[in-house]
Design a protein around this ligand. Sequence first.
Ligand code: IMP
Length: 176
Amino acid sequence: MAGHRPGRVVIGEAELRARVAELGRAIARDYAGKEPVLVGVLQGAFMFMADLVRAIPIDLATDFISLSSYEGGTKSSGQVRLVSDLSIPIAGRHVLIVEDIVDTGLTLEYLRRSLEARSPRSVRVCALADKASHRQVETRLDYVGFAIPDVYVVGYGFDYEGLYRNLPHIAALEDA
Ligand code: IMP
């Protein structure tokens, strides 16, 4: 897209692989015998979700939910919209939300409320990246891959105006 391009690598492929493996081990330990439902938040978490579930060697189910708050740019609109819902009931199940990045926290809190209203046994959160400096609402993260600075990132699922999700690493979005 004219004007902005992926630039400096913020988190490289090897670092991503190593951290995802660690998260997988921790989740496997905590959820052994619980058959959790991992809920991936589309679209940003698709790549993280695919790598994470392969690093969790226990019985689990997967599902996806699609939310929208950015409407294309780099700033949250503050208004979260449910674009497409889960395909399985989660009542009585242990749910682990798999998020790409938590920025203002508005998307995650909207999702948490929506899932908690369905009577799951538990709801916890695994976020690949935490941009804590932007938080507008308090939110609890149970597993975090990386704390990242206040830069807009693309790659490994993260987009800018629909592009760059396919990069195998996470890069800062820079002026072209
Ligand atoms: P929040 O509601 O502000 O916490 O926004 C969370 C959502 O905004 C994430 O799930 C991402 O889809 C998107 N987002 C926030 N920061 C970035 C970024 O640096 N790059 C790409 N997407 C981002």
